[in-house]
Design a protein around this ligand. Sequence first.
Ligand code: SAM
Length: 322
Amino acid sequence: MLTDRFGRNIEYLRLSVTDRCDLRCAYCIPEGFKGFEEPAHWLNFDEIERLLGVFAKLGTKRIRLTGGEPLLRRNVTELARRIAALPGVDDVSLSTNATQLGKMAVDLKAAGVTRLNVSLDSLRAETIERINGKPVLNQVLAGLQAASAAGFAPIKINMVVMRDNADEVDAIVEFCLQRGYVLRLIELMPMGDTARKMGYVDLQPIKGRLQQRYGLIDKLLPGGGPARYLGSADGRFSVGFITPLSQHFCETCNRVRLTVDGQLHLCLGQEERMDFRALLRDGASDDDLIVAIHAAMDLKPERHEFREQPQKLVRFMSMTGG
Ligand code: SAM
């Protein structure tokens, strides 16, 4: 079991399989951004499988594939299959913008991906284009249908709430209610200038309003994440609130993030990290990797400072993996 200096058990790893994306969500990756990782720096599938195998031996049970857009990494289903087969890994999930899901949902399911989170910030075509940078609403809706048809259930919808879409929360609640999706409302994190200018919205008043309007009660959902859930008494609807700013959840943080180029980030909102690409390519043994992983846990900061120091982080979300 991996434990950090603050007694937190780290059993969840988010793996960014690419820092590239077909969208340009204004809070995540700025239009015209050119600083992508060199392909020569990307961990290959053998390196990923080996490193995650060591993590799994140390108690990492859950892996989430993310990015950038993970479905853009060539043969990502093969990678998912290899990760799902690692002894000790009992949950392989994936976060996606769903633009490629129409053609990949069946293969992802067959590869052993158990859970899907799909980003959907709006149901208005023009708002999607403004926030996400491309007119992809119909493609995303088709991707969602394909995921349901492939047997993914429940599907979670991630909506980052900001100035431009805060008036759409109720419409998205209704959309999820009708289709049986679990909704997760996320506060905008100040990652890079691009996110800071999108207009943060505090989710606490929205939470109170939804709770009253739909008669929601506290609910526990599996997934190991930071969302605090409310649900309808009949169990038909759940909505999670991810509130890193208005009510941070660092004391229960159970995760680390591995970037496409093999940097292990210990906190989304801080700079501490360890370079596993160098170790893997310099001939580290499994024992060396174990020592390095334990040393990395000692670097995990107590908490982010999104609120106290919103200007601190120059790294965009797409670079670390959301
Ligand atoms: N492309 C995939 C997707 O759309 O889910 C995976 C990567 S994306 C970075 C993962 C999640 O991070 C998405 O739900 C996205 O909306 C969220 N995200 C990105 N930047 C964010 C920010 N500054 N604050 C809060 N959430 C953010």
